[in-house]
Design a protein around this ligand. Structure first.
Ligand code: PMV
Length: 313
């Protein structure tokens, strides 16, 4: 018997970095997915196959001995089958570029938790999310859980450290053109650099936090009215704040400039330093925005918001 599940990637629309200091962030799931298939095997091993490599291990190995991006899958598989006299084979297929801030690891954890747990029981989304966050912590100890949450439920969410997550009921009809710098980034390193910036520029940083907080409140209103032009202006404004805290670089700046030419606004999404930017468009300027990136030799693709979240079949 096989069990299959898929989960969407995500982008942070507004509020990355400032969210670490208590400001709200707005995230959305995107219609690019990771699909995980799990199957029980007679051989009592855990075998994981993906386009980033393979892992085949005995059961009950200490996690500290595993140095692989596939570690969360091992954690999930071992936790779920350790008391059963079987092994498991897991196959991962991804439409999401890895390690560039588009939620690939969270989507893996959510789809993995669903596919593996549902081999044994009809687990709920809430149970799957809990397992997925545990699994993600095996590679990113300080995760807020925001990414796994949006990958599980889909749609747009606001998140802050104190109140957690709230789904935003609006269903805006925009497209995001995502351009990839193809520079891998370490979220932990960049978060540490921002902490240093804050320590050296306390006053400037607290003004930026206040400005970001006001900007997010405005965006929440604009989202209700589906006012894409105004949301685009906020995208541009948010990018200026990200520039000030030092997470941009020449390549990202160039990509944002190109993205802005035809869209409503463009900004870095996620930690920065590399990874991706997005340009906000609707049907009227989607093709021209893609053309701008392509003419300048940048990799890009367009996405819409995914409202489905985790899917099991
Ligand atoms: O690079 P990503 O998409 O994993 O985004 C990190 C978001 C930060 O705000 C920079 C860090 C965090 O934990 O919220």
């Amino acid at each position: 018997m096989k069990s299959k599940a898929s989960a969407p990637g995500k982008v942070i629309l507004f509020g990355e970095h400032f969210v670490v200091y208590g400001i709200k962030a707005i995230l959305c799931a995107i219609d690019k997915r990771i699909t995980v298939t799990a199957e029980k095997t007679k051989e009592r091993k855990i075998s994981i196959k993906s386009n980033i490599g393979k892992l085949e291990l005995e059961k009950n190995i200490s996690l500290s001995e595993i140095n692989s991006p596939l570690k969360p899958f091992y954690y999930l598989a071992n936790k779920i089958i350790k008391n059963h006299d079987i092994g498991i084979e897991i196959i991962i297929e991804s439409e999401i570029p890895l390690g560039v801030g588009l939620g690939s690891s969270s989507a893996c954890c959510v789809a993995g938790a669903a596919a593996i747990s549902r081999l044994f029981a009809d687990t709920t989304k809430e149970e799957i999310l809990k397992l997925a966050i545990e699994a993600e912590k095996t590679i990113f100890q300080n995760t807020s859980g925001a990414d796994c949450t949006v990958c599980t439920y889909g749609g747009i969410m606001e998140y802050d450290k104190e109140s957690g997550f709230t789904t935003i009921e609006s269903q805006p009809n925009f497209h995001l053109v995502i351009a990839n710098s193809n520079i891998e980034h370490s979220t932990e390193t960049i978060v540490a650099a921002v902490k240093e910036f804050k320590a050296k520029n306390e006053e400037e940083f607290s003004t930026l936090c206040r400005n970001e907080s006001e900007l997010i409140e405005d965006v929440l209103k604009e989202l209700k009215d589906n006012n894409i032009k105004e949301i685009g202006n906020k995208v541009i404004q948010n990018q200026e704040y990200l520039e000030k805290i030092g997470i941009s670089n020449d390549k990202l700046r160039d990509m944002v400039k190109i993205g802005k030419n035809r869209s409503f606004g463009a900004k870095i999404t996620g930690a920065g330093g590399g990874g991706c930017i997005f340009a906000l468009t609707d049907k009227s300027n989607l093709d021209n925005t893609i053309k701008q990136f392509k003419d300048n030799n940048y990799d890009c693709f367009s996405v819409k918001i995914d409202f489905k979240g985790l899917d099991t079949f």
